[in-house]
Design a protein around this ligand. Structure first.
Ligand code: PPS
Ligand code: MG
Length: 447
């Protein structure tokens, strides 16, 4: 567990000045991989895979299936460490339509969640009343699935909610329908792109159940978390509307709506970010396409201005003691104790920033924070793909690396959960190896 990890990753969007020139052993590995790529390109037509869908991230899966390479050895960043986006060919598809629809769908669903907060959650007398979350979850999921079904009717969908509860509760159904039926983007053309309003309440319930795909490693699958960070949502803190497209188990497009994050990319995270942040100047939409970088823009209620997205990148850190790290608010979701021990061993002096949801991924991707640690508290809990897919791509496309505590890339191709992974370690590629080394030291000392 205590292997030393030197990292040499870089992003095409932001040259990594803090990393020394690539060691010879890495060059040898890269050459070996080029040969593997070539060999696979010969096999692809046989396997029915198009060249456009080939990326380095698919190599481990293909190689694993072919039984030629050990998945863990090829994924271990200590030996094979580079940014995902840096390795994707220039011709990797841009998924323009998918990106546009994903962003508009997330924007529309975010409008609904904000309405729910202001109309149903704010000032809730009983803090244990979870009904605003339920209303927002179902409503946002229905709106996103409606947009996906209109544009990509053959795609599968993995979404967090299923409609059983709605079917037996007429009042809840009506409350949600009242919100859903008149939540629209203000721009008629954008609204038309999403297919306009849902026909009626029955169609809404039916749409919610379209998110029941078992997931897997084949074909086009969208992952939706309509409100990630439910506790953050209720307190007016951080939550995210999350959508990602996976093709053959590999995340290609990600969009994250974070209604309560500051719009300003240069604002460093502060420890009050998890508390009420619902005032003006908040609301960000992060997006990424594999091989084409990550962007942020203000979360709007209209259409997308093609030029408006600003490329984002992680902060270059040459001194880990000056880094800051973020973690879940909920101690039940990640081990605050282990994370504090790791932070201390790394010499980090700033206090941890606690915030809910995938807003953590977005925040480190744009350099507002640096490191996201999610160390397991339970031996049996399996992370859900919708809690990580969009954020994983956005961080990797910003010059970061995302692995589990064993140094394995998150595997989105085995179903609705990340059953092959434990925990999350996300950091700028240049320091990820060092962070992982300390994570493993701290965890192995507990055994
Ligand atoms: N035991 C356990 N371990 C790890 N993760 C868990 C666990 N239980 C739940 N969850 C999932 O955590 C999602 C929220 O993510 P965060 O922890 O980042 O935010 S939060 O601070 O808890 O709000 C949360 O997503 P939402 O339910 O959408 O809020 C859950 O899917
Ligand atoms: Mg979630």
């Amino acid at each position: 567990m205590s292997t030393s990890h030197s990292s040499s990753s870089s992003s095409p969007h932001k040259p990594n000045r803090s990393t020394p020139s690539t060691p010879r052993s890495h060059l040898t590995l890269l050459l070996t991989l080029s040969v593997i790529v070539f060999l696979f390109s010969l096999l692809l037509p046989i396997a029915g895979i198009t060249t456009a869908s080939l990326s380095l991230s698919s190599i481990p899966r293909l190689a694993h299936k072919a039984g030629h390479l050990s998945l863990s050895s090829i994924l271990r960043p200590s030996r094979f460490s580079f940014s995902h986006s840096a390795t994707v060919t220039m011709s990797s598809p841009k998924y323009e339509k998918e990106l546009q629809i994903a962003q508009l769908a997330v924007q529309r669903a975010s409008i609904l969640t904000k309405r729910v907060f202001h109309e149903k959650a704010k000032g809730t007398v009983d803090k244990n009343d979870k009904s605003p979350v339920t209303i927002g979850d179902f409503g946002a999921q229905a709106l996103i699935i409606s947009a996906l079904q209109h544009n990509f009717p053959n795609d599968a969908i993995v979404a967090e909610e299923e409609s059983a509860k709605l079917k037996e509760d007429a009042n809840l159904r009506t409350t949600i329908w009242d919100l859903v039926k008149d939540t629209k983007l203000e721009d008629a053309a954008a609204e038309a792109l999403l297919g306009g309003p849902i026909k009626d309440v029955d169609a809404m319930v039916e749409l919610i159940d379209k998110g029941n795909s078992p997931g897997g490693s084949q074909g086009r699958i969208w992952a939706i978390d309509p409100i990630d960070g439910t506790k953050g949502f209720l307190r007016g803190g951080q939550y995210a509307v999350c959508l990602a497209l996976m093709i053959d188990g590999d995340v290609k497009v990600g969009a994250l709506g974070c209604p309560n994050l500051p719009i300003d990319d240069s604002a460093r995270l502060t420890t009050d970010i998890g508390a009420n942040q619902t005032d003006e100047g908040h609301g960000v939409l992060f997006s990424a396409v594999q091989g084409h970088g990550a962007k942020s823009r203000a979360l709007a209620t209209v259409n997308l201005d093609a030029e408006a997205g600003k490329p984002i990148s992680m902060r270059a850190i040459d001194d880990l003691t000056k880094a800051n790290f973020c973690e879940s608010v909920e101690a039940g979701h990640s081990s605050h104790g282990d994370q504090a021990a790791i932070s201390q061993k790394l010499g980090i002096t700033e206090p941890s920033v606690r915030m809910d949801s995938q807003a953590k991924y977005g925040s480190i991707a744009r350099g507002a924070g640096d490191i996201y640690l999610r160390l397991p508290v339970s031996a049996t809990y399996q992370e859900k793909i919708w809690d990580h897919a969009a954020g994983d791509l956005i961080v990797r496309e910003s010059g970061g690396q995302v692995t589990d505590i064993h140094g394995k890339r998150l595997d989105f191709g085995i179903g609705r959960t990340l059953a092959n992974n434990k925990g999350v370690v996300a950091a700028p590629a240049a320091v990820h190896g060092k962070v992982l080394e300390v994570v493993q030291e701290v965890l192995s000392a507990k055994l």
